[in-house]
Design a protein around this ligand. Structure first.
Ligand code: SF4
Length: 363
């Protein structure tokens, strides 16, 4: 896939755009001023593979808390600002690595220029984050939110920032609808080389949210558009990171930990394929090496899949044959010992835990 040319914007030590790997980000849902709870959640997000964490800054206490949070974590912190420009300045003073501004609710050009000047002094980038739900009335078309209106809202704020000489800009255009989000991003992608942050905002609860996010983000990424992603889901944000990784792995854009090929099972299946695959997945949760694992019920499609994978199980009636590197390494292992023996093969080659993280080495 050919990726759109975009400028590189640095957030701490993380590069967004410029052909760098698509960055996985998420957002805490603790009260930011509750520093211990926020730090604990940021650490859980980082352990799950999150590379940039955004925190809400609804008040001065939260803005100031960023300084204490930064002392406890290594992942860069983005401050999410709405309505009050003073919160953006305070977040910068507290050491935020990135700002998100919403052109729908910070509209004073003078305030935006003042924020840009302070951000430039500190080498901190700004995301222009347009949301359909808070689009400024000036950009509605016949009272409606349209892709054109969303792109125009972003361009208005970009022109203010760039007019002030500020170039470290990332842009996002998000809606709850896949079509609106995709069209708005396509339009903006043609207007300049700002790195794009992708996401479907408020996509719905778990399954609906996962599907909408995967379709919307996946469509754009497949067109080469997008430099960082956030999957928005209610509940524990670690789930957002897990889903983001699966989207990037499915498109071959990043590699991290095991990728599974599992047969859907049918009348030929002679062992508990879903149970075996789930247990392997659970017990290899700490593996960071990007390996493929095929768990297949029979030779119909299974033989080629286990031969192509790094590791595989080819099922029979009550047993399975274990493959590594395309070759049989344990033939006809009884089902009750299958998972243990399989994991013994993988661990024997890959080590117990904490293997090298292949996440920044992906294509
Ligand atoms: S691999 Fe074999 S058992 Fe699995 S779905 Fe295909 S035919 Fe059925």
């Amino acid at each position: 896939m050919e990726r759109r040319d975009s400028r590189t914007v640095w957030v701490g030590a993380i590069a967004i755009g410029g052909g760098n790997p698509v960055v996985v980000q998420s957002m805490t849902n603790t009260r930011t001023s509750d520093v211990p709870a926020t730090v604990a959640q940021i650490r859980a997000l980082q352990a799950a593979g999150c590379e940039l964490v955004r925190v809400a800054v609804p008040d001065m206490e939260s803005a100031r808390a960023i300084a204490r949070i930064k002392r406890e974590v290594t992942v860069p912190i983005a401050a999410d600002i709405h309505y009050d420009p003073r919160l953006a300045l305070a977040a910068l003073d507290a050491g935020a690595d990135k700002l998100r501004l919403n052109p729908g609710n910070i509209r004073d050009p003078g305030a935006i220029r003042e924020i840009a000047a302070r951000a430039a002094e500190r080498g901190v980038p700004i995301r222009v984050g347009v949301n359909a739900g808070s689009l400024d009335q000036r950009f509605l078309k016949g009272g409606e939110v349209t892709p054109e209106g969303m792109a125009e809202a972003a361009l208005w704020e970009i022109s203010l920032l760039e007019g002030a000489g500020f170039r470290d800009i990332v842009v996002s255009l998000k809606a709850a609808e896949v079509g609106l989000t995709v069209e708005a991003n396509r339009l903006l992608a043609r207007e300049g080389d700002w790195p794009l942050h992708l996401g479907i905002t408020e996509p719905g609860p778990d399954l609906e949210g996962v599907v909408k996010s995967a379709v919307g983000i996946g469509l754009l990424l497949w067109e080469g558009i997008g430099d960082t992603i956030r999957v928005s889901l209610p509940g524990d944000p670690v789930r957002e990171v897990e889903v983001a990784w699966e989207i990037l792995k499915a498109l071959g854009l990043r590699r991290r930990g095991p990728s599974f090929v599992v047969c859907p099972t049918c009348g030929r299946t002679g062992i508990d394929i879903p149970g075996i695959a789930a247990e392997i997945r659970r017990r290899l949760a700490d593996l960071r090496d990007p390996v493929t694992i095929a768990v297949m019920g029979c030779p119909v499609n299974g033989l080629k899949e286990v031969e192509r994978a790094d590791y595989g199980i080819l099922g029979g009636k009550g047993y399975g044959t274990i493959y590594a590197g395309g070759k049989v390494v344990r033939a006809k292992v009884p089902e009750r010992r299958l998972v243990d023996e399989f994991l013994g093969v993988v661990r024997g080659e890959r080590g117990g835990s904490g293997s090298a993280d292949g996440s920044r080495n992906g294509p």
